[in-house]
Design a protein around this ligand. Structure first.
Ligand code: MG
Length: 254
């Protein structure tokens, strides 16, 4: 094949991939009044430092300030992290938490607060993490006036993508991650059809713009994809630091 033909094919492929995500539904005329309207929901309210907001009415609430009944440890044991005053807190060495239910592509809302006063530095400062599918970590860390490597600071896709900006608030203040996650897809033989993608906002600011993951995240390693189900539990990391969480909800995407 000539070089120009290869380029044309490549462009077509890129265009087709883009279309696959944004294509207008050919079943309906423009402004078609017979087209079904989207469901009406209550959008909820925003959080303040004092009070967590109300989740959208169609969200699945994973923590409402009262108990950890939606969570467990890897061995299935009851969650041993501490619940008080509307939040829960990592109990060092108690182990990572996993949701009892599994989730696929989703919009995830998580609020966290770093230990105050701050203790330690670099990766040893308010370290936890939000693990989509249990293996793709959006880093939780105290990165307020505290340095570490770029792809390991707060709101990094750990070991792969630094955030576009450092939007961290001081320790003790509530911070918010809003994450859009599209899991990987595999064919029946286990071959990767599309990688996992993450878009993330930290305190309302875009920090990850539809990045394509190389595979699960890891410390000093980028392991390849292995075929996984479309739905898996979410996880929160116990990194031996008493990070707090509140107001966690998820909306699965169709
Ligand atoms: Mg971490």
């Amino acid at each position: 094949m000539k070089k120009t033909a290869v380029v044309s094919c490549l462009l077509l492929f890129v265009a087709a991939s883009a279309l696959a995500q944004t294509q207008v539904d050919p079943k309906y005329q423009i402004h078609d009044r017979n087209r079904p309207l989207p469901p009406v929901i209550d959008a909820g309210t925003s959080s303040t430092q004092e009070t967590p907001g109300r989740p959208p009415s169609d969200a699945t609430v994973l923590f409402d300030g009262k108990d950890l009944s939606k969570w467990q440890h890897k061995d299935g044991n009851t969650a041993k992290w501490k619940v008080e005053n509307g939040y829960f807190e990592v109990v060092p060495k108690a182990g990572q938490l996993y949701t009892r239910d599994s989730f696929g592509d989703c919009q995830l809302h998580v609020e966290f607060a770093e230990p105050s006063p701050a203790k330690g530095q670099d990766q040893d400062r308010g370290n936890s993490g939000v693990f989509l599918h249990g293996v793709y970590e959006v880093q939780v860390l105290d990165s307020y006036q505290s340095k570490t490597y770029a792809d390991g600071q707060a709101s990094a896709v750990y070991g792969q993508f630094p955030p576009q900006v450092n939007a961290s608030r001081p320790p003790g203040q509530w911070q918010i991650y809003d994450i859009i996650f599209h899991g990987p897809r595999f064919d029946s033989a286990g071959k990767l059809l599309r990688p996992a993608r993450i878009t993330a906002f930290h305190n309302g600011v875009l920090v990850q713009d539809n990045v394509e993951l190389t595979g699960p995240t890891g410390h000093q390693q980028r392991p390849p994809y292995a075929a996984t189900p479309e739905k898996l539990p979410l996880s929160l990391q116990d990194h031996n630091h008493p990070v707090r969480y509140r107001n966690i909800w998820i909306r699965e995407l169709n």
